[in-house]
Design a protein around this ligand. Structure first.
Ligand code: ATP
Ligand code: MG
Length: 243
């Protein structure tokens, strides 16, 4: 299923203030792969994720989602395929109620009212957020906002799921719920996180980003047991591997 392939070729990105946040990044993620993106604060993980759906466009190089190159023209098409949960839920939630926020994407897909309601209920139920339906998002706790942001992306039924620190605000039970949810998502998924235990649990492959470049890319257990590599990148062994 080639439409689930993600390919970065020599992607560099420079913010308007001159910060060179990505430097010549290349990788290819095939259908069904689960890939963790790890690295120190400021390494470029969020910047990289924001290139997956054209929220940011490469300064040079190309991003390819399936058979489609990311351009201004294809951005909308690509956004239907790639769902991103941003690091800050406030960037994602902007409607008067939780229901409307989760319904926003499916409505834009042109689904009828009943189908939208079904998707919203399904997605909110998955994150244990059904009772939040009528609340304004800005009245939610941080963890509740994260759960709703995740639901709003799940409701789009994306081919490719990208999440930026999805568990950062979640309590242990909600984090476990999310891990189980991610494990059942059978398409490609890309997760940036400092929660290396979550990465180890959910991902088979791991890419280490350092100073905007790929410092390592390999099987998750090889990367997450390499103490020297982790320390060079301001990271530590996953808690479950520490003694
Ligand atoms: N809007 C912006 N304008 C200028 N520089 C930015 C902007 N956003 C991020 N940066 C810079 O780009 C670099 C990469 O930032 P990014 O947010 O991608 O890092 P990160 O790996 O996600 O970090 P964290 O672990 O803290 O989430 C950093 O040097 C950061 O200061
Ligand atoms: Mg980040």
């Amino acid at each position: 299923m080639s439409h689930h392939i993600v390919e970065f070729k020599n992607v560099s990105f420079c913010y308007p203030d001159g910060t060179q946040a990505l430097k010549d990044i290349s990788f290819r993620i095939t259908h069904g792969e689960s890939v963790g993106i790890i690295g120190a604060n400021g390494a470029g993980k969020s910047t990289l994720l924001m290139h997956l759906n054209g929220y940011l466009m490469p300064t040079s190089g190309t991003v390819n989602i399936g058979d489609v190159y990311l351009t201004k023209k294809t951005q909308q098409e690509i956004r239907r395929k790639v769902g991103i949960v941003f690091q800050n839920s406030d960037d994602q939630l902007f409607m008067p109620t939780v229901y409307e926020d989760v319904a926003f994407g499916p409505l834009n897909l042109g689904l009828d009212e009943a189908a939208v309601r079904e998707r919203v209920d399904f997605a909110l139920n998955l994150v244990n957020g059904l009772e939040l339906k009528n609340k304004p998002p800005h009245h939610l706790s941080c963890g509740q906002k994260s759960a709703v942001a995740i639901a709003s992306v799940i409701a789009m039924e994306p081919d490719i799921l990208a999440m930026d620190e999805p568990a950062a605000n979640l309590d242990p039970r909600s984090r476990r719920l999310l891990i189980n949810l991610l494990k059942t998502f059978e398409h490609s998924k890309i997760i940036a996180s400092h929660d290396l235990d979550l990465i180890m649990d959910v991902c088979r492959r791991c890419i280490v980003v350092r100073d905007g470049a790929v410092a390592a890319d390999g099987p998750v257990m090889e990367i997450l047991t390499d103490k020297t590599l982790l320390e060079e990148n301001h990271l530590e062994l996953p808690l479950s591997l520490q003694r």
